[in-house]
Structure formats: C-alpha cells, structure tokens
Design a protein around this ligand. Structure first.
Ligand code: ZN
Length: 491
C-alpha cells in the first residue's frame, strides 16, 4: 500500500511532478554573478476564441458558450438559469415551457412572441428549439432576465458580461510617491486574476470576477515607471493592463482584496559562500512572480505546486489541485507569519512556473526551509516527503550538481520531516514520512519537504473547505515553529 501511494505521487497521470531528471554532469560555476530576477517572460494566458458570456451573481460566477444561429447570437435558457436556482423545462411540439422557481414562461419555436408571468414578451429574433433545448437571442438578456428573476440585471453585450443584482467588484488604483513606486489596487471583494508579464506591461485577466471599469477605461499615474493602465473587456472577460518602463511583479495582500504592483527588485549581491547555489542546467528566464525574493532571510519558502496552465490532479469535477495548493499555501504563509516566521510564497496567483524556476527562486531566497504543497483525493491526513537524491549523481569538488543539490541537506530534511510528522500526530492528525525522488526537492539547497494533504475521511470537498485547510495549515505552522530551533541551529 505504501508503494502504491508512493508511485502514485511520483508518477501520477495528472500531477506532473517528474522523477529526478536524467543525470547530468556537474555544473560549471556559471552565472553566479548574473542577476537572477530580471528576465521577464511568463506564459501568456490564452484561450481558444470561443464566444462566451460570463454571468456574475451572488449564487455563482460562471461562463456559457454563445451560439451563432441565423446571423444572431443565442444562448441556452435552461443553462443560463440553472446555477441561479431551481429550473425545469418541457418541450411539447413547438412549445417550450420553462420554469424558474414558480415563474412560468412559454416560448414557441420559430416565433418572437413569448409569455412570461402571463404577460407577452417580444424577443428580438425567433426562439429556437434544438433537440428539446430552448435558445433565446443573447441581446434580449438585459430585459428577459429581470422579468423572470424579478430583480435588476446589467448586461454589457459588447463585452458579453452579465451582472445579476449588485455584484460588481470595484477597485481603486493609486501609485505611491515612494522610490520605487508602488501601484496599489484595492478591490471591494477578493480577486484572483491570471497575471502575465512582459517587458513593458503587466496584464491581469479577470476571467471569473465581476470586476468593472473604474471611472474611465484609461488610468494615468504621475509616475515615470508606471505611467498608465487600461481596463479592457472582451468576450466575457476583463483585463487590466499596466504599462511600465521596468519589469513589474504583483503581490497580493488583504486576502486577495489588495494587489500591489511594483518594479522587480534588483537581484541581491551574490553571496560568495560555498557551496555555490546551483543554477538549472537549461537556459531559462526566471519569471516575475508574486513575492519575488528579497535579500532578507526568510524562514520558509512555501511553494503551492502546479498553477496556471498546469492544473495538477483533478481532485473532483470542480476541484483542481492547483487551486487547493494555492489556497492552502496562502493560509500556511499567514499561519507562519503570525508566529513570526517570515515566509515567501512562491506563487500568489494562478501563474505557471516550471520546477526549475521554483528551485532557482527558492535557492536564491536562502530560506531555512522549503515546503512544497500538493493535494490528493485519496488517503487521509498529511504525508511529508523528503528527497531521494539519485545515487549516481554526485557532487564533485566545490560545485553542486543541479540534480543532487539536496544531497548535503538530506539528513536535515529527513529530521525536519519526522519532527513535523510527530508534531502533527500530537494534534491527532494522521501523518507519516516518505522518501521519494520528487522534483524539485532534489534541486533545493536547504532543508526541503513536500507536504501532500488529503481530505479527512474521504470527503474530497473538505480539501477546499476553509476550516479544514486552516486546521492543517495551523498545525503545520505550529509544528514548524516548535522544531524551529532544531532546523535553524544546524544550518
Ligand atoms: Zn501535485
């Protein structure tokens, strides 16, 4: 059973952590003096340009496909209302009866005249019935939906964004006079945009949030480095594009209600200690990520595994591993910081990062401990993994091999892992340690653990419950705080 668990984590179908990479020769001491942080390409979010409409409501935020029929745009009425409440529909010949709670509507295929709540309603184009599925013209939603819902609906047809009730998320944006300047954005509700950076701009895409334009679509700031931003809406999504003359990074605060954009700090002066921090053998551009390292020493680097285009395991139909690890990582950071343990969260948004990037950023942060987070639908409680460094990849001379970078820290990691497990067991949490060839653990030059969280007693939805996440995050943070002396003293 242990083996099947182990193998599932090492080579899972959808959780794409790879085995230790193929053995490579030792690395030359290259690039130690080059800057680590300034390169700047991150995968841009792209989606196939399927026509979509986004619906924002207190019940749910969701998107639906838009269908082109006879030169008009249509949408399925049942799908549109389903997330909003109890619906049913019945086709009878040409007639289609639709019910939302106790509100009845009747439509006729090939006709514009409909009846809602017993009153005539004229559609701008014919109602369509396809295999029992009722389709209405998109352009009528702003008037049709309020009639059925009995409440206000705002529909921006150009951007295909529909707001049911008072759900819009507003924001303010101001650039500080500090050096370097910071663009501080405060939102009226938590947001989790997709962030992409290029040399001269940072783009935040709000695919699931009801973020609306500030007073004007274009914002200008009194700053040479961050001169302007523009709000764009298109095909069911909104984006804020921030222009800049320097590479930018974003950090989140205030539970996702505040986003701070600032220039990426210059890399700290290289630390000429031995052994040198290895760089990955491939050429790659470290991304601009939320919470890039600064010269201050962190206690912990917390790495929510997966992210962006890489979803990790599909824990359930609705639940992607990348979202669980991010939510969990944020809680763990908060729990650690509450205990006075400075923590760097490697990704604080839905960003794509490679394993090499994660390892490089961690190694340049010089933290006491690295913890990467995974989530699994099977098993129970918490499993704590340490690296199994490939035996045939040895460090030679003063240079560290990328694949065996962890070898000098293996014993420390194992000791930290068993210390943490004991702490968790003291809190009645099922926990155990395992050793596995799991990247990027073997590339990390400090104490390194992978923590995999499973739901309590097979209820997968609990993985996403704030209470369970908080309970486990708090237990891990308390455990690390308790063994802190043990970990720190030996480094
Ligand atoms: Zn995973």
């Amino acid at each position: 059973m242990r083996w099947s668990r182990l193998r599932r984590l090492v080579a899972p179908a959808s959780c794409r952590l790879s085995r230790g990479r193929p053995v490579r020769a030792t690395l030359p001491l290259l690039a130690l003096t080059t800057t680590v942080l300034l390169a700047s390409t991150l995968l841009l979010y792209s989606s196939p340009e399927e026509k979509r409409v986004s619906i924002y409501s207190n019940a749910a935020n969701y998107g639906l496909p838009v269908l082109d029929r006879n030169g008009d745009e249509y949408i399925g009425l049942l799908e549109l209302f389903e997330p909003l409440g109890a619906v049913s529909a019945k086709a009878n010949g040409n007639r289609w009866k639709f019910r939302y709670y106790d509100v009845e509507s009747e439509f006729t295929a090939g006709q514009t005249r409909a009846r809602i709540r017993g009153i005539d309603f004229d559609l701008p184009a014919n109602f369509l019935l396809e295999n029992g599925r009722g389709l209405v013209p998109l352009s009528c939603l702003g008037t049709l939906m309020p009639r059925i819902l009995g409440g206000p609906v705002t529909f921006n047809q150009n951007s295909r964004r529909l707001f049911v009730g008072n759900v819009a998320v507003h924001f303010t944006a101001q650039v500080s006079k500090t050096v370097p300047p910071k663009l501080v954005m405060n939102f009226t509700a938590p947001v989790n945009p997709m962030i992409a950076t290029e040399a001269d701009q940072l783009r935040m895409a709000f695919n699931h949030e009801a973020v609306v334009a500030p007073g004007s679509q274009a914002l200008t700031f009194d700053s040479k480095i961050i001169p302007s931003a523009s709000f764009q809406e298109n095909n069911g999504s909104a984006a804020l594009v921030i222009a800049a003359t320097a590479p930018l990074m974003a950090t989140f605060a205030n539970n996702g209600r505040t986003i701070v954009i600032e220039p990426v700090p210059q890399a700290p002066a290289p630390i000429q200690s031995t052994p040198p921090v290895p760089r990955p053998p491939s050429t790659f551009a470290p991304p601009i990520v939320a919470g890039s390292p600064n010269p201050r020493r962190y206690f912990a680097v917390v790495d929510p595994s997966h992210g962006g285009e890489e979803r990790g395991a599909s824990l359930s139909a609705q639940l992607a591993e990348k979202d669980v690890t991010l939510a969990f990582g944020r809680r763990l950071r908060q729990e650690l910081e509450t205990r006075g343990l400075a923590t760097l969260l490697l990704r604080d948004g839905d960003t794509t990062m490679s394993l090499d990037q994660r390892a490089s950023l961690t190694n340049s942060a010089h933290a006491v401990i690295y913890i990467c987070l995974h989530a699994a639908s099977e098993g129970e409680g918490v499993r704590v993994y340490t690296a199994l460094v490939p035996a045939d990849t040895e460090n030679r001379g003063p240079f560290l091999s990328w694949d065996a970078a962890q070898s000098a820290f293996q014993l420390l990691s194992q000791s930290a892992g068993s210390g943490l497990v004991t702490e968790l067991q003291n809190k009645q949490i099922r926990a155990r340690t395992l050793i596995t060839p799991l990247r990027p653990l073997n590339n990390i030059t400090t104490t390194a653990l992978a923590v995999e969280i499973s739901p309590p007693a097979d209820d997968i939805s609990e993985l996403n419950s704030p209470a369970y996440q908080q309970f486990i995050a708090s237990a891990i943070a308390a455990g690390l705080a308790n063994i802190r002396d043990k970990i720190e003293v030996r480094q």
